[in-house]
Design a protein around this ligand. Structure first.
Ligand SMILES: Cc1ncc(COP(=O)(O)O)c(C=O)c1O
Length: 398
C-alpha cells in the first residue's frame, strides 16, 4: 500500500510542522493527583477526569480482583449468545438507581452508548436535534443513525433555546423529535440549561437525551448528575454516561432510561448485539465505585470545595478562567500554539495540563483545561497554581 503509506507519512509530517502532533505520555503508576511519568518522574495531574479520585481506590481494586477470581476474564462472546454475568445486572441496577431512572444497560464505552441510542431508537420518520457543542461521540452517533435509519438531523446553536424551539416547530410533523445535549460541556465546563430543556421538550412533545459523562459523580449534592443539580431527578427521558471518568475511570458506559427503552436496546442495539460486554473486572470496579459514592457523598463536597479554591486562586492571580462551578476549569490563552507551549512549559514544571486549540475549540480561544479531583490535596493545588502563575507570567498572560 505504497500510496496510503506515503500519504499518511506526509500528513503526519504536516501535523508535526503545525504543532498539532500528539505525543503519548506514559505513566508508570495508577492515575492519581500525582503520577510517575516516564522520563519525567513525579508530576501533578490536572488533566484527568478522575473527579472523585477513585482510580486508585483500594476498595475498588479489591472488587476488581475478586471479580477476576469469581468470573474469570470474560464470556468470550456477546451477552445474548453465551450468557451474561450477574455482576452486569448488579451494575445496571446500580447505574439506574444512581441517576434516577427505571433501568440501565451497560456498554463497553459511552461512545458505544451514544452510538446505540439514535441508531436504534430512531426511524425514517423521526428527527434528532443536537446541541452544536455536543461531544464527538454524539455527533458521530447521529451521523451513523442518519446513514442507518435515514432519520432527519438538525443542529441548534450551542445552548440557544430559541434556536432549539424553532427547530422543534419546524419538525412538528415528524413522528418523533429527539433532542440531545451534553449535561456538562467538556471544553467549557458549562452546565446544560436542563430546566428549560425539559420544559421545551415537554411542550414540543420531544424526547430529551442527556449525556452526563462529565456530570455523573460530579454534579448534585450526592453526585447523581445534572438532574440532581437542578432538583430534577427522574425528569430526563434518556441519560447516557461513562464509567470511564468519575466512576472508577476504567472504561464502559451506560444508557439509563425506562424499562421499554433499555429492553428495546437489548433487543436491537448493534453495539450491544455484536460486541462483547464489559469485562467482569471492570463491571465490578464500576459497581463498587457507585456503592462507594453512595456511602461517601463527602467526596463530592470535597470536589466542590477544591474546585472553588482553585478557581478563586486563579482569579486572584490575575487569570480569567471561564466562569462556572464544575471541576473543569478552562483558562483561555488565545492562539493554539500558545496553549501547546503553556502545556509543555507546565510539564517542565512538573504539572500535567493539556492544551486545546482549533478545531477542538473556536479559533483564538485556545486554552489549557485544568480538571480538579476530590483527592488533590491543598499542597497539590498550591504547587500547580504556583507553576501556572510562573508559566503564565513568562507567556505574558498575567
Ligand atoms: C461528553 C462525553 N461523552 C462521551 C464520552 C465517551 O466516553 P467513553 O470514554 O466511555 O467512550 C466522553 C469522553 O471523553 C465525553 O466527554
Amino acid at each position: 500500500m505504497p500510496s496510503l503509506e506515503s500519504r499518511l507519512q506526509a500528513e503526519l509530517a504536516q501535523f508535526k510542522q503545525d504543532g498539532v502532533y500528539k505525543r503519548l505520555l506514559y505513566l508508570d503508576s495508577p492515575q492519581a493527583p500525582r503520577v510517575r511519568m516516564e522520563g519525567r518522574g513525579e508530576v501533578i495531574v490536572l488533566s484527568s477526569n478522575n473527579y472523585l479520585g477513585l482510580c486508585d481506590e483500594p476498595e475498588l481494586i479489591a472488587a476488581g480482583k475478586k471479580a477476576l477470581d469469581r468470573y474469570g476474564i470474560g464470556t468470550a462472546s456477546v451477552r445474548f449468545i453465551c450468557g451474561t454475568f450477574t455482576v452486569h445486572r448488579a451494575l445496571e441496577t446500580a447505574c439506574a438507581r444512581l441517576v434516577g431512572t427505571a433501568q440501565a444497560l451497560s456498554f463497553v464505552s459511552c461512545w458505544n452508548a451514544n452510538e446505540a441510542v439514535p441508531g436504534t431508537l430512531l426511524g425514517e420518520d423521526d428527527i434528532v436535534i443536537s446541541d452544536q457543542l455536543n461531544h464527538a461521540s454524539i455527533i458521530d452517533g447521529i451521523r451513523l443513525a442518519k446513514a442507518i435509519t435515514r432519520c432527519q438531523t438538525a443542529v441548534y446553536r450551542h445552548a440557544d433555546l430559541d434556536d432549539l424551539r424553532e427547530k422543534l416547530v419546524a419538525a412538528k410533523d415528524r413522528r418523533l423529535r429527539m433532542v440531545v445535549t451534553d449535561g456538562v460541556f467538556s471544553m467549557e465546563g458549562a452546565i446544560a440549561k436542563l430546566p428549560d430543556l425539559v420544559e421545551i421538550c415537554r411542550r414540543h412533545d420531544a424526547v430529551l437525551v442527556v449525556d452526563d459523562s462529565h456530570a455523573t459523580g460530579v454534579l448534585g449534592k450526592t453526585g447523581r448528575g445534572t438532574a440532581e443539580h437542578f432538583g430534577m431527578l427522574g425528569e430526563i427521558d434518556i441519560i447516557t454516561s461513562t464509567l470511564g471518568k468519575a466512576l472508577g475511570g476504567a472504561a464502559g458506559g451506560f444508557v439509563a432510561a425506562s424499562e421499554a427503552v433499555c429492553d428495546y436496546l437489548t433487543q436491537r442495539a448493534r453495539p450491544q448485539l455484536f460486541s462483547n460486554a464489559l469485562p467482569p473486572t471492570v463491571a465490578a470496579t464500576a459497581l463498587a465505585s457507585i456503592e462507594f459514592l453512595e456511602r461517601h457523598p463527602e467526596r463530592v463536597a470535597q470536589l466542590r470545595a477544591s474546585t472553588a479554591y482553585f478557581r478563586d486562586q486563579l482569579l486572584s492571580r490575575g487569570f480569567k478562567p471561564l466562569p462556572g462551578e464544575t471541576p473543569i476549569v478552562p483558562v483561555i490563552v488565545g492562539e493554539t500554539a500558545k496553549a501547546i507551549q503553556m502545556s509543555n512549559l507546565l510539564l517542565d514544571e512538573g504539572v500535567f495540563v493539556t492544551g486545546f486549540g482549533f478545531p477542538v475549540v473556536p479559533q483564538g480561544q485556545a486554552r489549557i483545561r485544568c480538571q480538579i479531583s476530590a483527592t488533590h490535596t491543598r499542597e497539590d493545588l498550591d504547587q500547580a497554581l504556583h507553576a501556572i502563575t510562573t508559566v503564565g507570567r513568562r507567556l505574558g498572560l498575567v
